[in-house]
Ligand binder design. Sequence first.
Ligand SMILES: Nc1ncnc2c1ncn2[C@@H]1O[C@H](COP(=O)(O)OP(=O)(O)OP(=O)(O)O)[C@@H](O)[C@H]1O
Length: 235
Amino acid sequence: MCLKLKIKALRGDFYLDVDLELASTGVSALFGASGSGKSSCLRAIAGLDSLPNTLISFNQEVWQDTQEGLWLAPHKREIGYVFQDASLFPHLSVKQNLLFSGQLNKQEQSEALTEVCLLLDIQHLINRMPGSLSGGERQRVAIARALLSKPKLLLMDEPLSALDTKLKQEIIPYLEQLHQHLSIPIVYVSHDIDEVKRLADTMIVLEKGQVVSQTSLSQNQNIELITAKPYLKAV
Ligand SMILES: Nc1ncnc2c1ncn2[C@@H]1O[C@H](COP(=O)(O)OP(=O)(O)OP(=O)(O)O)[C@@H](O)[C@H]1O
């Protein structure tokens, strides 16, 4: 059971050439300098972009196979997606934002809401409007919203990059909690090595559209060595 991603696609003058198998548990971090292709991979997994020469499957279900003309629409992939910017609806309360997708019945909704609010410590914010929240609070609500769709896979695209250092430190423990409590796999895009060290089980380094290494961090393998490599100096 895993996420398989095979892409050989030209986007403008950028060539994305990846062949990856990501674990079906834990956090896999896509790490690399700006423009190395991290978001392109994530968007392809989510089905937000349809690239040529692509094969994507998750736990044996094919999401895209360009050779066979197969394409599963994004909403059928059962994915939760957290973007850099929390993207909450400004005219809806936190609770209305959380329940917006409306995929669960009333009973499930109420249980799931209590569960994610506890996990991300946002119970006290439920009646507030997004405009009155701090950046870290907004991002916690966005993560909770993604979880409420009961995804089988959580994709996070630099969820902390819009936050200042203090807010980052405030939210990282919640992400560590997610890691411990969720049974679903998380693909986490970041160009911050400290974030990756704290949160990821596996680090995939991308450089100029190619995978240069895939390392298990759970046994504290050589991360210093990897990050010391010259190609990461620019990150
Ligand atoms: N729709 C597109 N058409 C053409 N080129 C694109 C398109 N989207 C992205 N690219 C190019 O693909 C390359 C990789 O972009 P991508 O956003 O995947 O990188 P990234 O590693 O996520 O960067 P960052 O950390 O800055 O977000 C970049 O050179 C970008 O300009």
